[in-house]
Design a protein around this ligand. Structure first.
Ligand SMILES: Cc1ncc(COP(=O)(O)O)c(C=O)c1O
Length: 484
């Protein structure tokens, strides 16, 4: 181990830096045979240097997150906390979960899907817009649209961004996409080269993970706390890997529902500026808040064109319309437009025209108010029911918005087993594992959604969950940790 190492005393660079760099390179190139570095004394002897030189090199490696020290045992190479090699997201599982096709879903109560409720779709208003476009534009509506999208719709979106989020973006800085997922795919196509490191929150949205992975990215996850992504870890990873972009969901994060604090948002932006990476902000639920506090995107604070804002309307309008958009940073505009062209030339012109009219006629605000009050009712019901299950050892953050709750399970209860057990009794839930790509905390959580389920079924579903979580007489009682 490290037998090839040579330090040059005549060089300007201090010996400990030379040593640090050699070991760092070996770790990055994965050429070391062992996870454990040689002891300080052994390596100092081998290199003919003071112990202090090795101590300082190891300290620097630890500071930059390459190694960790176990007192009394030695210094070890740190494994990234989350990598595609040890991903637990199996393709079959993920596809099933993402498309909402659960083997157990048939005739089940659906706490799994975050699909919006069709009864809330603004069919009458959209129908008016569709008919009006046909009368107004005739065949023009079915020509190839501009690659970037129908001009008047981009104007409407520019207005929408200003009015709702205080984001200033001209129509030329907007690209209409066929849903938010396409935005993620286009960014992957534009920016990722085989082997590039992309940083994401851990857990994260598996659809984004899959898009990045499909372009050969190496994906590393950064843990989160109640205010957003962990800054210390993020900084260490950014310094070490210099990613082109990181991927975040700052409002009602999927699946944890965490909303970033203002200070966390600012710190992330500051890091992006210091280390020159883009932030992909995936916004799919900012508009669906149930308290008086209005959430704004990270993009609202972006003064230096570092945030690429990708907006999905699927949860808050109608997913089948397949319209979303992304903002275009100046430096990437041409490449992103080229990527959109090779993907599908452009999004449906007819639907873009109809959505433009829908926005211009001012239907949007009423619609958002209506769905917010509807989902608020279901949210409150779900939270009230979950409060009653707390004595069984579950816990959760109250998201005050969004369409699901991220539930931490009692000690000893495995999310996958719970998913299977609930499924047998006619309740579909999502095991947290599908959102993690390492196995550290993967079994500790489940996601419960309330968007596609009636009030009556929320009550019934919670009863099933209670039954499954309640210790039965013949099970060892230490499996449960009540009153946590
Ligand atoms: C976090 C997140 N981002 C993006 C998408 C993709 O949305 P769209 O339907 O607009 O492609 C989804 C869909 O579920 C999602 O959950």
């Amino acid at each position: 181990m490290l037998s090839h190492l040579r330090l040059d005393k005549d060089k300007d660079s201090p010996l400990y830096i030379q040593l640090y760099e050699s070991i760092r390179d070996a770790i990055e190139e994965e050429t070391l045979e062992s996870e454990k570095l040689p002891s300080i004394r052994a390596l100092a002897k081998q290199l003919g240097v003071n112990n202090v030189t090795v101590v300082n090199a190891y300290k620097q490696l630890e500071q930059d997150n390459y190694v960790y020290t176990v007192k009394g045992s030695g210094t070890f190479i740190k494994q990234p906390s989350f990598s595609q090699e040890n991903s637990l997201v199996e393709e079959g599982d993920m596809e099933l979960m993402l498309s909402g096709i659960f083997p157990l879903l048939k005739n089940s109560i659906d706490f799994a899907s975050v699909s919006p409720t069709p009864e809330l779709f603004p069919i009458e208003e959209f129908k008016k817009s569709l008919v009006e476009v046909l009368d107004r534009d005739g065949g023009q509506a079915f020509l190839y649209p501009e690659i970037t999208g129908f001009g008047p719709l981009r104007e409407s979106i520019s207005q929408f961004l200003l009015e709702h989020y205080s984001i200033a973006a001209t129509k030329d800085q907007i690209l209409i996409t066929s849903g938010g997922q396409q935005g993620l795919d286009i960014i992957s196509k534009t920016l990722i080269q085989q082997g590039d490191v992309i940083l994401v929150e851990n857990p994260t949205y598996p659809g984004a993970f899959a898009a990045f992975q499909s372009r050969g990215a190496r994906i590393l996850g950064i843990p989160m706390d109640d205010e957003g992504i962990d800054l210390v870890e993020l900084k260490a990873y950014v310094k070490r890997y210099r990613p082109k972009f990181i991927y975040l969901m700052p409002n009602y994060h999927s699946p944890t529902t965490i909303c970033y604090s203002e200070s966390r948002k600012k710190e992330v932006l500051r890091l992006a500026r210091e280390y020159g990476f883009y932030i992909i902000e995936d916004d799919f639920l900012t508009d669906l808040g149930f308290s008086d506090e209005k959430k704004l995107p990270l993009k609202t604070l972006d003064r230096f064109d570092q945030v690429i804002f990708i907006k999905s309307f699927s949860k808050i309008f109608m997913p089948g319309v397949r319209i979303g958009f992304m903002t275009l940073p100046k430096a990437l505009m041409r490449d992103i437009i080229k990527a959109k062209h090779t993907t599908d030339i452009s999004s449906s012109g007819y639907l873009q025209r109809a959505f433009d009219l829908y926005l211009r006629k001012g239907f949007w605000r009423d619609h958002i108010n209506k769905i917010t009050s509807f989902y608020r009712g279901r949210y409150r019901l779900m939270i009230a029911g979950l409060e009653n299950l707390k004595p069984l050892g579950i816990s959760y953050l109250q998201p005050h918005g969004g369409l699901s709750v991220w539930v931490s399970l009692p000690r000893g209860v495995d999310g996958i087993k719970l998913y299977e057990e609930c499924g047998k009794r006619g309740l579909a839930i999502v095991p947290g594992k599908v959102f993690f790509t390492d196995d550290k905390d993967a079994e500790k959580y489940i996601r419960l959604s309330f968007s596609a389920v009636s009030e009556e079924d929320i009550q019934k579903g919670l009863e099933i969950l209670k039954d499954v979580l309640s210790p039965s007489m013949d099970e060892p009682s230490e499996r449960y940790m009540p009153f946590l």
